[in-house]
Design a protein around this ligand. Structure first.
Ligand SMILES: Nc1ncnc2c1ncn2[C@@H]1O[C@H](COP(=O)(O)OP(=O)(O)OP(=O)(O)O)[C@@H](O)[C@H]1O
Ligand SMILES: [Mg+2]
Length: 405
């Protein structure tokens, strides 16, 4: 045989360590350049047309309301008026007041974004959902449970250097606290707070099973659910991003959820592995409850087609399989595959971070419309859960018939 590749020098772990160190440095440099203190992520601003759209009012009403003085009047950018995100959210909370949660009557709703397959756009969906809900006036907490820290990065925080252990869910997993509140930090985006993740979160995968062995009555799967209790008072929606595996933290995130959202790109391999997701999910999570004689019910478990390429014939066929397999669970919104979402700088943000007047405005609008529809759909379901909370609260308050006070 002539075409034999001569052996190259053998590779030992020392060399791999060097590779690891070098790659980590480069990643750090890239992230730092994109998110450096001087180039920190900044929230978008809104012109009067965009503000009117957010508030669901006519553009002409904006000028009048701005002059009346109750709401922020915006500042001049050249000849045009513009409003900051903070100001715009004040407007939205005023005009969309009837859509907001009444904290006296209902608790915040936990939505977990999950799929054991990697790269299906879980993190992008979680971030966009949080931003979209905050633009509708809601207060959102995002929780990153993936040691890769991608969601943390999207919110402008560097996992390797800017995340301390006590700013993650790790103290909860270690049993050092039973409340998430101490781990919460604000983000560049008004209305969204963050519980970050960093590689140190891998320790949770050892801590939780070891506590299960040593602590009597410990339920490893309920750590996050219990820890979130105080946050359900403070936030309207809590969105949890999960790693691409059935880890101890993923189980916690699923069990803490009232709603689950599974992004699923219409391609054969992702579809095939999605079937395993439901198997493992029911076997492991369902099994935990059944062995304890309990029950767990979700208000919604939705599949959203993500990264859909309408021109791809194969993906059309797979879409059909997905529809057949998941019938009523596939929500009537598709997130298109866009080049915008795949540009390098955009990987550190979502469609809601992009300048709406940019050259790619048309592609951006298509993607943004799709995310807006997804946000509307989830908002509607969340509002349904608040309403049901409020109803049971009222019935509890009302005395039973025939009982005299
Ligand atoms: N609609 C889209 N169109 C094109 N690219 C997209 C779209 N949504 C996400 N992406 C890109 O796909 C890649 C994976 O997305 P993302 O990180 O959100 O997936 P993930 O499921 O969270 O991955 P992981 O399993 O590693 O956590 C990213 O590079 C992201 O920018
Ligand atoms: Mg992710």
């Amino acid at each position: 045989m002539k075409n034999i590749q001569p052996l190259r020098p053998l590779i030992d772990f020392g060399q791999l360590e060097e590779v690891a160190e070098h790659a980590a440095n480069i990643v750090q440099q890239v992230r730092t350049n994109m998110l450096a203190p001087e180039a920190r992520k900044s929230p978008p601003t809104f012109n009067s047309a965009q503000l009117a759209e957010l508030c669901g009012i006519d553009k002409s009403k904006v000028g009048y309301a701005a002059k009346k003085g109750n709401l922020p009047s915006g500042s001049k950018d050249g000849s045009r008026l513009e409003w900051t995100l903070v100001e715009s959210r004040q407007w939205v909370r005023e005009y969309k007041a009837e859509n907001l949660r009444d904290p006296k009557l209902s608790a915040g709703v936990v939505v977990t974004v999950a799929n054991f397959k990697g790269g299906v756009s879980k993190t992008t969906t979680a971030a966009a959902l949080a931003q979209g809900l905050s633009l509708r006036g809601h207060r959102v907490l995002v929780i990153d449970t993936d040691p890769q820290g991608s969601l943390t990065t999207l919110f402008g925080v560097l996992p390797d250097t800017e995340v301390e252990e006590d700013q993650t869910i790790l103290p909860l997993c270690a049993g050092l606290t039973n409340s998430i509140m101490g781990a919460i930090r604000p983000t560049y985006w008004d209305g969204i707070d963050l519980v970050a993740a960093a590689p140190l979160l891998f320790n949770a995968e050892f801590l939780l099973p070891s506590r299960q062995k040593t602590e009597k009555g410990f339920e490893f799967w309920r750590v996050l659910d219990v820890g979130l209790e105080p946050a359900r008072e403070e936030y309207d929606v809590i969105i949890i991003d999960t790693p691409p595996s059935l880890s101890y933290t993923t189980i916690n995130a699923l069990i803490a959820a009232q709603g689950v959202l599974m992004p699923l790109p219409p391609n054969a391999l992702d579809f095939a592995s999605s079937a395993q997701f439901w198997n493992l999910f029911t076997e492991v999570c369902g099994g935990l409850f059944r062995t304890h004689g309990e029950d767990k019910k979700f208000y919604f478990v939705d599949v959203v087609l993500s990264r859909v390429d309408r021109s791809d014939v194969v993906s059309q066929a797979v879409r059909q399989w997905i529809m057949n397999a998941y019938r009523g669970m596939v929500i009537p919104v598709e997130i298109p595959k866009t080049s915008i979402a795949a540009t390098a700088s955009a990987e550190f943000g979502t469609v809601y971070d992009m300048d709406q007047s940019s050259a790619q405005a048309k592609t951006l609008k298509r993607a943004r419309d799709a995310y807006d529809q997804l946000v509307d759909y989830i908002e509607m379901q969340v509002a349904g859960i608040w309403a049901s909370d409020a109803e049971s609260m009222q019935t509890r308050k009302e005395p039973a018939e025939g009982v005299e006070l």
